[in-house]
Write a protein that binds this ligand. Structure first.
Ligand code: PEP
Length: 252
């Protein structure tokens, strides 16, 4: 059985005290939840303080990006060993905002994912089509390209540590979520891609999250689909109430 994983991507929001307040509220509400996995992804500046708060709980820490080199003259970058050192168990890579605004490509996503795996950090690899891709009927082709190339060279042993986040770009921050059927169709397709790259047994171990305007009101139906194993939550993760409710709605 795949364990449901709910991750909150705080993006470039929350200073240190705001991050601590949010993490504390989430911890108070969810520290005893063992059925699902909870991941908080604050900005780099708050990672250390949020780690202090969630330490010794079931709540995991994630970063939002990483650079693939271990150390050196790469001004402004943060490496996987540094994230490991601060206590990250997860790191988002290839978010559509990074693909759009920071020239992230499948090749750089792949380098980042592999660097994280070397440190034992699970990459949350984001894939997903833009509205124009969907309109042109190329959703599957775009998703296949993202999956195959972002995960190239990752071994069969490493693949179960990877989490894939299917995030249709047209659903991110727009209030427009994919229907449960639309999500399931693509999630199943992604699992098929993993199966073709490796085999069905290993593909069945990989968790595939849905992301794009997830709210307490729509999580239950999304999660009830067989290939939807959780959610990557943006806007609704910035308020403790909505994030906690999303997590609680995944249980039972
Ligand atoms: C995201 O940015 O990963 C995301 C899914 O955002 P939102 O939930 O706000 O659509």
């Amino acid at each position: 059985m795949r364990r449901v994983i709910i991750a909150g991507n705080w993006k470039m929001n929350k200073n240190i005290s705001e991050s601590m307040e949010l993490a504390n509220s989430i911890k108070r509400a969810l520290y005893d939840i063992l059925e699902i996995e909870i991941v908080l992804c604050p900005p780099f500046t708050s990672l250390s303080d949020v780690k202090e708060i969630v330490m010794d709980t079931n709540i995991m820490l994630g970063a939002q990006d990483v650079y693939w080199e271990k150390e050196g003259a790469f001004t402004g970058e943060v490496s996987a060993p540094m994230l490991k050192n601060i206590g990250c168990e997860y790191c988002i890579v290839g978010h559509s905002e990074r693909r759009q605004f920071f020239h992230e490509t499948n090749e750089t996503v792949n380098r980042k994912a592999r660097a994280l795996l070397k440190e034992g950090i699970s990459p949350i690899v984001c894939v997903g089509e833009r509205l124009e891709d969907r309109k042109a009927g190329s959703t599957f082709a775009v998703v296949k390209d993202h999956v195959e190339n972002s995960l190239a060279g990752i071994t069969r042993d490493e693949i179960p540590k990877v989490v894939i986040a299917y995030e249709p770009v047209w659903a991110i921050g727009t209030g427009l979520n994919a229907t449960r059927q639309e999500a399931q169709e693509v999630h199943k397709y992604i699992r098929g891609c993993l199966s073709a790259m490796h085999d069905e047994e290993i593909a069945n171990l990989v968790r595939i999250q849905y992301g794009g305007s997830v709210k307490p009101e729509n999580i239950k139906e999304l999660i009830s689909e067989p290939d939807v194993d959780g959610a990557l939550v943006g806007g609704a993760s910035l308020k403790a109430d909505s994030f906690v409710q999303i997590a609680r709605n995944c249980i039972g």
